[in-house]
Design a protein around this ligand. Structure first.
Ligand code: FES
Length: 111
């Protein structure tokens, strides 16, 4: 299923997708223009990150949400999805992407 539209804002690649098509508390993998992205919708909003664990580069989109924490499938590191910070190794964090939600859906941009 193709959920996305692509385009560019001020030179940054972006994706737009309908909010209703994002499941709650479940990582969703997107691939666009060579970018690997994970999107997570919670009751508090939508977050997007580069789809790569900072530990050993596993795709974090293959992880799962447990009690609001994203758990990497590689070695179990846990991430706060509000900040992207790792709870096991505070020096590490997921790379956040710009996200906006409006009446048209979810807009994700990166560079
Ligand atoms: S690759 Fe994510 S915890 Fe090791």
């Amino acid at each position: 299923m193709n959920l996305t539209r692509r385009g560019y804002i001020t030179g940054m690649p972006r994706i737009e997708l309908p909010l209703d098509n994002l499941p709650l508390d479940m990582p969703v993998r997107l691939r666009q223009d060579g970018a690997a992205i994970v999107v997570i919708r919670t009751g508090d909003g939508v977050r997007a990150f580069q789809d790569r664990c900072p530990h050993a580069q596993w795709p974090i989109s293959e992880g799962e949400m447990i009690d609001g924490i994203l758990v990497c499938p590689g070695h179990g590191w846990q991430f706060n999805i509000t900040t992207g910070h790792c709870l096991n190794a505070p020096a590490y964090q997921l790379r956040p992407l710009a996200v906006a939600v409006d009446n048209h859906g979810v807009h994700i941009a990166w560079n």
